[in-house]
Design a binder for this molecule. Structure first.
Ligand code: ADP
Length: 857
């Protein structure tokens, strides 16, 4: 190796010779070692560099001789060092602009570099041999570019640099060439940037292209946003030969981005951007506030996926990956966790790719819009829809809904079941096939009208029950559902089964018709009363009583107005009592007081039903004609019996007189005939007497004496008389020790007893005993007549006390009589304020019981 610093004595002379030779050479000559450190430079070299030897000896060549540095030279040095084959290179000095021709020769442990100024007569082909054309960089070519471009050694030492960065920093090229780029002015005042650069150079020197963004300070007051790219260039052996540094001014872009970010931060949504590969690279403040993640956290690891709800992750990831692959619009809904509260909220995420002019995706812009409220509303809507559905399925009606056009869209199960039809058969107007033909047109007309006006409707129609094969009545109701602007969205309707109601209505109508017919009866007067007020009455009733319908409507007719004061206390009160107790009255005869004060004989009856007040229906039959006839008949009986009584009395006297006269003449053979005549006369006299009594009772003119009567004695007398007349029966008397005294009519009481005992004898032809009991208490005397006769049928026991009533049992032999005796007897008892009742058993006998209150003298 050639080493001028070494000193071997044998070589000394020749070395000096060599040195002086080299010193005289017109070309600049450098000797560098393997580390490219200058170990020797001749005098021409000093002249070329304009510096003394001491200034650059021992320095790296690239730093010590910046005027001579170029990439071509660097490449040639590298190549010659490796190959140990001499080479030459020609280039224009980036600093001086002069053309240099350099010959490189390997030495022991280094290189010899000889510089000739000016171009050598070499062909382009020869030059290309040294440095491949494509790889060759001419700084002149780079100067026109706005980009900051430099060529670096793999260690980062600047070999070439264009004008733009020199202008930025206001420095000359030679101040930079040969220096590590990281230590130049641009980078040295920003340690973080310096670090970034060093790391990038290290990566590039390993063969990777390194890219980073940073801020440099080329001069005081200037901040430059750079996107720096360091690209390794390899030689034919694929070794990294040198590095190309490209720095792009992105200050404007950064400012624009900052503006965009400010704008993005102002957007109420969570905004983010993604790289073309789908990774997130930025997000706005709202995004960070919500997720609690900073930009770096969002970019690292799972990134934004970590705040996505676990259940949504897979789906969302797949959607996002598909969008990234296809470049289509990305849209999905997902739940994001709130960084502070840990709660999840629903978001609508949308993202669009931004493409360059070639259509390549540069970036994704995405937004997350909070749709929690909408989701909740949707959920509530869903729930309320569900509730509605359950309700629709629960109610006993057929439920359906139509669109605004009236076409059926939806229905409940009951609806489908009723028609037993498929959805296709029911949809639209399909269901109308189940309408009863008689209602079809009407239903259509009503429906069309309500669709036109938007008014709800209510209509009754029959629908075919497909299961039963018959029609049932329904009440259909429909209501429109409108939106905020009043537009009809839907119609909701129900069909309520009213078949039973309809049947009840029909029955009611029929019964109403019947009642109307009944009320229009011209025979019977009918009225309704609530308490004392007559609230309704038919025309017959009004005609009978003389009141007008107006008076009726005004509720001016009071029940009390119809009744005579005397009757109020008895007959009507009894009827009222019956109504209260047994809801109806036994028909009774009464005299109504008409509006004009006239009286009307009527036969009345009534039924009652209980409300808050006693309500009743009264039936009134005009009884005046019958009453008049009865009166005439009574009058006739009265007259007849009166008329008969006089000749009968006279006939009786005549008979007695005849007996006396015949007795005086000693004629006795006519006695038997006369006795028979007298007996018949007595019987007729008794009958006429009874008739007379009856007519007096009817007329209310029967007179009673007021005297003290010993009923025991009266009974005794009657029994004695009867016993004389009747030999068939024995009358057994059970009487109290102290016969009771009462005030009354002795003859009438006697008549009453006679009647009871003679009936007992008459109606017990097969028996031979009659028992008569007389008992007393503090208040009353009780008398009973018991026989063992034929008995009285149960249903006739009350009636035997009525005038002319005669009880007849089937297959019973006929007994003589006119049905007057018991009526007169009961009238006599009633006059004495007593009661008469009967107990009887058919075929076994009867017991008549008389109770008379005691009024002691
Ligand atoms: P009559 O003249 O028919 O006996 P009454 O007024 O005395 O009339 O009796 C009315 C009816 O009562 C009789 O027709 C008879 O049917 C019935 N009757 C009265 N007393 C008795 C009795 N002791 N046993 C059976 N039936 C009797």
């Amino acid at each position: 190796m050639f080493n001028p610093q070494s000193s071997e004595s044998s070589m000394l002379t020749s070395r000096e010779t060599l040195l002086s030779t080299l010193e005289t050479l017109p070309d600049a000559l450098f000797v560098v070692d393997d580390a490219t450190t200058i170990v020797y430079a001749n005098a021409s070299a000093q002249t070329m560099l304009g510096a003394s030897r001491e200034q650059f000896l021992g320095n790296p060549f690239w730093r010590g001789a910046p005027q001579l540095v170029s990439t071509a030279l660097y490449q040639a040095v590298q190549k010659t060092t490796q190959t140990r084959v001499p080479s030459e290179v020609e280039y224009r000095s980036p600093v001086t602009g002069t053309w240099l021709h350099v010959q490189l020769a390997p030495t022991v442990g280094g290189l010899l570099l000889q510089f000739h100024q000016g171009r050598a007569a070499r062909t382009a082909a020869q030059r290309q041999e040294t440095v491949p054309q494509g790889e060759r960089l001419y700084i002149d070519d780079l100067n026109g570019l706005h980009t900051r471009i430099g060529v670096l050694t793999p260690e980062g030492i600047v070999l070439e640099i264009n004008e733009v960065p020199l202008d930025d920093a206001h420095i000359r090229r030679e101040e930079v060439i040969g220096k590590p780029l990281a230590e130049t002015r641009w980078w040295s005042c920003s340690p973080p940037s310096q670090e970034q650069l060093r790391a990038a150079i290290a990566r590039a020197s390993r063969g990777e292209t390194a890219r980073f963004e940073t801020v440099v300070h080329p001069r005081e007051g200037m901040d430059l946003h750079l996107e720096a790219t360091i690209i390794p260039r390899r030689d034919v052996d694929h070794h990294v030969e040198y590095l190309v540094y490209v720095g792009t001014d992105i200050t404007e872009r950064k400012r624009a981005e900052a503006e965009i970010h400010a704008l993005i931060d102002a957007i109420p949504q969570l905004v983010w951007t993604g790289r073309s590969d789908g990774s997130q690279d930025s997000c706005n403040q709202r995004w960070r506030d919500y997720t609690g993640l900073n930009t770096e956290e969002a970019q690292e690891g799972e990134g934004w996926m970590q705040c996505t709800h676990p259940e949504d992750r897979q789906r969302v990831l797949e959607t996002w990956q598909r969008a990234v692959q296809t470049g289509g619009v990305y849209e999905t809904e997902l739940r994001l966790r709130h960084g502070t509260t840990g709660e999840y909220r629903w978001f609508l995420t949308r993202a669009m790719p931004v493409r360059d002019e070639r259509g390549q995706i540069l970036k994704w812009f995405g937004t997350n819009t909070d749709i929690e409220d909408r989701k909740q509303a949707e959920q509530q809507l869903k729930e309320s829809r569900e509730h509605l559905r359950v309700l629709a399925e629960t109610v006993p009606q057929l439920v359906w809904s139509t669109g605004p056009d009236g076409l059926t869209e939806d229905w409940n199960q009951r609806f489908a079941n009723y028609f037993h039809a498929t959805p296709e058969q029911l949809r639209g107007y399909g269901w109308r096939q189940f309408l009863h033909p008689e209602e079809y047109d009407h239903v259509r007309a009503v429906r069309d009208r309500s669709l036109e006006t938007g008014d709800p409707y209510e209509i009754e129609y029959r629908l075919k029950d497909s299961n039963a094969g018959s029609y049932r009545w329904f009440l259909a109701r429909a209501l429109p559902v409108r939106d905020a602007t009043g537009q009809i969205l839907k119609w909701f309707g129900t069909c309520t089964d009213i078949q039973r109601q309809k049947q009840a209505e029909d029955a009611l109508r029929q019964s109403q018709e019947r009642v109307n017919h009944l009320m229009s009866s011209s025979v019977i007067g009918i009225f309704f009363a609530e308490g004392d007020v007559v609230v309704e009455g038919n025309n017959t009733f009004l005609r009978m009583t003389g009141y007008s319908r107006d008076e009726l409507c005004q509720r001016c007719i009071n029940w009390g107005d119809f009744t005579l004061p005397a009757l109020k206390a008895s007959l009507f009160q009894q009827a009222h009592q019956e109504l209260v107790v047994q809801q109806d009255t036994t028909p009774f005869e009464a005299e109504l007081v008409c509006k004009d004060g006239s009286r009307l004989d009527v036969l009345m009856g009534g039924v009652a039903f209980h409300g808050e007040v006693l309500q009743g229906i009264g039936f009134v039959l005009d009884n005046s004609a019958r009453k008049e006839l009865e009166q005439r008949k009574d009058h006739f009986l009265g007259v007849v019996s009166h008329e008969l009584k006089t000749p009968l009395t006279s006939l009786k006297l005549q008979t007695q007189l005849l007996r006396k006269q015949l007795g005086k003449q000693g004629i006795y053979n006519a006695d038997t005939v006369l006795s028979r005549m007298e007996a018949q006369l007595n019987m007729v006299t008794r009958l006429v007497g009874e008739l007379l009594d009856l007519s007096k009772i009817q007329a209310g003119t029967l007179e009673y004496a007021q005297e003290t009567v010993n009923l025991g004695d009266v009974l005794q007398e009657v029994v004695e008389i009867m016993q004389q007349m009747q030999t068939t029966h024995t009358i057994v008397v059970h009487r109290a020790a102290h016969p009771p005294l009462l005030v009354g009519d002795k003859d009438r009481l006697e008549q009453m007893l006679l009647n009871l005992i003679s009936n007992a004898i008459k109606y017990s032809p097969g028996a031979n005993t009659i028992e008569v009991d007389i008992k007393t208490s503090e208040e009353a005397v009780m008398l009973s007549v018991h026989d063992q006769g034929i008995g009285i049928p149960r249903e006739q026991r009350e009636k035997i006390f009525e005038r002319f009533y005669r009880a007849v049992a089937p297959h019973q032999r006929a007994f003589p009589g006119l049905g007057m005796g018991l009526h007169i007897a009961s009238e006599i008892v009633k006059h004495h304020r007593g009661t008469i009742t009967v107990e009887s058993e058919m075929g076994k006998g009867s017991t008549f019981q008389v109770t008379l209150p005691l009024r002691r003298t």
